[in-house]
Write a protein that binds this ligand. Structure first.
Ligand SMILES: Cc1cc2nc3c(=O)[nH]c(=O)nc-3n(C[C@H](O)[C@H](O)[C@H](O)COP(=O)(O)OP(=O)(O)OC[C@H]3O[C@@H](n4cnc5c(N)ncnc54)[C@H](O)[C@@H]3O)c2cc1C
Length: 445
């Protein structure tokens, strides 16, 4: 009798999950998600890895996954602890023969997997490429030859005509779980009621919610046919696909999205906009491979380019930025929206990141850490890749990107509706040179 453990991480779904399908050929299957207490403690850049909005979205996704697993004859076991201890302990406790999980690009996650394999050498461990459109073996270059820019990456991928593998349907049934003691749900931190802590900007975690949203966006409302013209809007729900929280948590597979776009193009309409949504998925793809290729350099100040740029840390400027109290109303509005909902548009992210690096002259890693805490769609590769790009130390041949904040306001918020909606005209605006001993250390929430 074989016993498998499937460790869910950023692939919280049953559809297009080839690793789960393989694990399901065992006689008994233990499905596990590990909640790591380190996520809830402040890290080196003053922020926690997981703020309340993302925690709520993740929790909703886990509950939806549990329900989906139960409908197939299994269930989700939630463990509380570090994965490098919890997974080996479960492997030993349940006499597991095979361990399956997604291959992840983050450097901690890679280290954890290596430590787990070392701790239980008798278990056959296998990682699956669940996050990306392509598999590494399909790329027309080795990871050590990954193009230094997105454009070169896209050109090579398109020239080689590589296609994502067709998405696989959810398994019809799953083997039963081995008998389980009570899991650690009660030990996990409480989820803040959306009514009290913001509303996740209209997003609901889980695979079913993801599919329903995507179905509406693509097939019912067909917003995709205008995507290229609308995607730069600051704050308008249908202006962009709003897939990122589900993609980041793996409630939706990128391969599924790509396949659906192709189906839409052949059955309904194909235009620049339908291509552009796929083009943006390629951006995501590029950042995933960049993270795989550069590992820890993704988190280092000098970036993957290893260029030194002047940057420092002023506590009062950082605090003003996080709390929407800078001298820049457009930036304040976006930062208020981010703090209150856990989501802002791509345009708003570029504006606040440019302000952080160029106007406030702060070390980009603090901004990235705040995004990591706040964003419900936080994705290690996309977040750190984009921050490096804007800070001029990443995959951008043009160097530092500086957005003219007045021009951005005129162009994207001409009647200041966004600034008004998110209260960007702060009465407590903090000037660049205001320093007070009481600002240090700063408390952020
Ligand atoms: C400083 C900064 C930090 C960011 N951090 C994250 C992050 O942590 N997680 C995240 O998913 N995206 C991040 N992005 C990228 C982008 O802003 C979001 O993916 C996008 O706003 C999500 O909204 P959407 O799904 O409506 O996007 P759409 O415009 O509808 O795009 C569709 C999908 O394409 C992908 N995509 C689009 N633009 C990018 C991009 N620039 N980089 C990578 N993927 C992209 C996303 O998966 C997105 O869901 C960041 C961008 C910046 C400038």
């Amino acid at each position: 009798m074989t016993r498998a453990l499937y460790w869910f991480t950023r692939d919280l779904r049953l559809h297009d999950n080839p690793g789960l399908i393989q694990a399901a050929s065992a006689d008994l299957l233990l499905c596990v998600f590990v909640v790591d207490p380190r996520w809830f403690r402040p890290g080196p850049f003053q922020c926690r890895a997981l703020g309340q909005h993302r925690w709520r979205f993740l929790w909703q996704s886990l509950m939806a996954l549990d329900e989906a697993l139960q409908s197939k004859g299994n269930r989700l076991h939630i463990a509380w602890g570090t994965p490098e201890q919890s997974i080996p302990a479960l492997c030993r406790g349940y006499e597991i023969d095979e361990l399956h999980g997604a291959r992840l690009p983050g450097s901690y996650e890679r280290r954890h997997w290596a430590e787990i394999c070392e701790a239980v050498p008798q278990v056959k461990a296998r990682q699956h490429e669940n996050l990306t459109l392509f598999e590494q073996a399909d790329l027309p270059f080795g990871l050590d030859q990954l193009p230094a820019t997105f454009s070169a990456f896209r050109r090579q991928v398109e020239k080689a005509r590589i296609e994502p593998k067709p998405p696989q349907p959810a398994p019809d049934a799953l083997p039963p779980a081995p008998g389980l003691a009570q899991d650690a749900r009660d030990q996990c931190p409480p989820v803040v009621d959306p009514a009290k802590g913001g509303g996740n900007a209209g997003f609901m975690g889980g695979e079913t919610a993801a599919m329903a949203h995507w179905q509406r966006y693509l097939w019912d409302d067909q917003h995709i046919v205008h995507y290229k013209d609308t995607r730069n809007a600051l704050d308008d729900w249908p202006s962009s696909a709003k897939l990122s929280p589900w993609l980041a948590n793996g409630c939706l597979s990128a391969r599924q999205v790509a396949a659906d776009i192709q189906r839409f193009e052949s059955g309904v309409k194909k235009n620049d906009s339908t291509y552009w949504l796929y083009f943006e998925l390629l951006w995501r793809e590029y950042f995933q491979w960049m993270a795989f290729a550069h590992n820890r350099a993704l988190f280092q100040r000098d970036g993957v380019q290893r260029v030194r740029r002047n940057a420092t840390f002023y506590g009062h400027r950082f605090q003003a930025w996080c709390q929407g109290n800078t001298e820049y109303p457009l930036v304040n509005a976006a930062m208020n929206q981010l703090r209150e909902t856990g989501y802002i548009s791509n345009r708003a992210r570029q504006i606040v990141a440019s302000c952080f690096v160029n106007e406030l002259e702060l070390d980009w890693r603090y901004g990235a850490a705040w995004f990591e805490q706040q964003l419900i769609d936080y994705d290690v590769a996309s977040n750190y890749g984009n921050w490096q790009y804007l800070a001029g130390v990443g995959a951008d041949p043009r160097g530092l990107r500086r957005f003219d904040l007045d021009k951005q306001t005129r162009q994207f918020d001409p009647d200041r509706a966004y600034i008004r909606k998110w209260r960007g005209d702060s009465e407590q605006a903090v000037g660049l040179h205001t320093v007070d001993a009481a600002d240090w250390p700063i408390g952020l929430d």
